[in-house]
Design a protein around this ligand. Structure first.
Ligand code: NAD
Ligand code: SER
Length: 310
């Protein structure tokens, strides 16, 4: 019987992941955990616990006591927030991972999901159709923490047989919960402004292409990877995953087809340098070949979903 813990459950991914896992495996079998003291309304259909991913003692005793089979570790500082607090970003992103990896090494968890990011790549990486295996010299603290995390995941798999699985998510677009401080957040904010009939000021230049994905695709990919037979999961660092690639100008034009009065201006800030260091598009052929990944949302379909549901 599966018993699942989602640690960092109240954020952009966690909210939708918990709801989908509960539909699939039963609400009582999926515990949401986060720093937040109260369970958000949208996760109140199942168990919730306040848990600090950095409190080693509490995390260990709770996981050992509750006998979780699968742990999804989502607590982290994202790229833009991490640049403002690099010491703490490194601490949170790395220490939380070691606590969970060690629990699995000791046999208290069967399977771990830990997300990586396109931020593992850097300015010396080929930007178009970035391959799975290529130059990786990340220039942000977030990217450095994700790259180090990937190395440790693979190490724990090779040395200790820890069943850890990971995806290098692109920027994620969703309407059920807000993004938490990333460089790709503009691609969610733009829909809120369009829907509210307001002018949008974009913090990236109009021609900055980045890899993106609608949240439903990201959640499906995550669960498909976690449910794939062990022998199909051939990469234990993290899988490239791709769906969309677009610029602020392209997303604006897609929205403008539906809301002709929508207007935009571009005022790049410190996040422009982060975006410039990341890939424009991703080659995810290993995910497609190994465990059958295929996206179902293009930019037009994503835009319809966002504008219809916000
Ligand atoms: P988010 O910022 O929206 O959510 C993170 C959640 O973790 C928040 O609810 C926060 O309260 C919680 N949290 C923070 N510190 C905690 C702690 N010490 N203990 C317990 N909970 C804590 O982030 P997200 O977008 O949902 O991202 C989740 C994971 O996916 C992160 O590892 C992130 O790096 C990765 N990722 C996200 C994206 C994206 O576009 N959203 C892209 C690539 C990778
Ligand atoms: N969406 C994330 C960010 O911008 C990518 O990891 O930080």
């Amino acid at each position: 019987m599966k018993k699942i813990l989602v640690l960092g459950s109240c954020g952009q991914i966690g909210t939708e992941l918990v709801l989908t896992l509960r539909e699939k495996f039963g609400s009582e079998n999926v515990v949401a955990a986060d720093l937040k003291d109260a369970c958000p309304e949208n996760l109140s259909n199942g168990p919730y616990i306040q848990l600090d991913a950095l409190n080693k003692e509490s995390v260990r005793s709770y996981i050992i006591d509750q006998k979780f089979s699968d742990v999804y570790l989502l607590a982290a500082l994202l790229s833009a927030t991490a640049e403002k607090n690099p010491d703490f970003a490194w601490k949170l992103n790395m220490e939380s991972l070691f606590i969970i990896l060690d629990l699995a090494k000791e046999g208290h968890i069967s399977k771990i999901f830990w997300p990586s990011s396109i931020a593992v790549f850097g300015p010396t990486t080929p930007r178009i159709k970035t391959p799975q295996y290529t130059v990786m010299e990340p220039s942000t603290v977030y990217g450095i923490s994700k790259q180090a995390g990937e190395r440790w995941c693979e190490y724990y798999f090779n040395k200790f047989g820890v069943d850890v699985r990971s995806i290098r998510y692109p920027g994620l677009i969703s309407y059920k919960s807000l993004p938490g401080g990333g460089t790709t957040d503009y691609a969610v904010d733009i829909y809120y402004k369009a829907k509210a009939g307001e002018h949008f000021t974009c913090f990236l230049k109009e021609d900055t292409a980045l890899p993106m994905m609608f949240m439903d695709d990201a959640i499906r990919a995550t669960i498909e990877l976690m449910e794939a037979p062990k022998e199909q999961v051939k990469i234990r660092s993290s899988y490239n995953l791709s769906a969309l690639s677009f610029t602020p100008k392209q997303i604006f034009e897609t929205i403008k087809k539906i809301i002709p009065s929508f207007s935009i201006e571009y005022q790049p800030d410190f996040r422009q340098a982060i975006a410039d260091s990341w890939p424009a598009s991703i080659d995810d052929s290993y995910a497609r070949e190994n465990w059958g990944w295929k996206e179902s949302y293009d930019l037009d379909k994503t835009t319809m979903e966002m504008l219809n549901n916000l």
